[in-house]
Design a protein around this ligand. Sequence first.
Ligand SMILES: Nc1ncnc2c1ncn2[C@@H]1O[C@H](COP(=O)(O)OP(=O)(O)OP(=O)(O)O)[C@@H](O)[C@H]1O
Ligand SMILES: [Mg+2]
Length: 239
Amino acid sequence: MHKAIEIKNFTYGYPDGTAALSDISLSVEHGRKVALIGPNGAGKSTLLLVMAGFARGTGKVLVDGLEINNKNLKKIRTRLGCCLENPDDQLFMPTLFDDVAFGPLNMGLSPEQVKARVAEALATVGLAQMADKAPHHLSAGQKRAAAVATILAMSPRIITLDEPDGSLDPRNRNNLMMLLRSLSQTLIIATCNMNFAASIAERAVLLDKGRIIADGEAKEIMSDVELMTEHGLEAIAKK
Ligand SMILES: Nc1ncnc2c1ncn2[C@@H]1O[C@H](COP(=O)(O)OP(=O)(O)OP(=O)(O)O)[C@@H](O)[C@H]1O
Ligand SMILES: [Mg+2]
């Protein structure tokens, strides 16, 4: 069976010379929920962009068994949906309905199927009443939920989310947590919020300065006060 994500000895630097990721090796099996944790600037967002084929470096990256290259990119985009760090980068259509319909339409679904997918995705994130609203008129938390809906509507096997808890009030953060826990897809969630991460993910990958520092059982890593403090994070309470 293909792994959901298979990365081997991957190194990436931005054009301005910033060494963002160094010798990353990471393998994620299908159906797993993984938290990508690390301080600001650690490389979390960059690694998620790499998985989605937006940043190419040296080394090997396979998504659902497919090597990232121009030939495979379209197929990969139907299998891996990435919720970007800034929802404004994800919402660009005149209405929320159009934004959530964009992916399913590109997948060649019929108008009825698209309508059903949009309705379901918007209801799931609590925005069922907002379909006709202009995305740029949504509140920050609503935009965050809308961006998640654009991914859910495509129902990809693998979902990456970059700080999905940002801007959410406690009730909506809790709703998102319950939603993510209920999904059967492979989830890779970048966040600096350890309690949020620990409530969803069984595995944590700690990144700092572009390198993987630790990779293992989420609660064990996140409750290691020394490790968390050394890398600028807050440890969760030990059970
Ligand atoms: N477009 C870019 N051009 C140049 N350097 C960049 C660019 N985007 C990010 N970087 C740099 O790459 C490194 C990793 O950034 P990245 O955004 O992946 O970190 P992060 O872990 O997501 O941080 P945060 O928690 O703040 O979101 C940082 O040093 C950052 O300054
Ligand atoms: Mg980031």
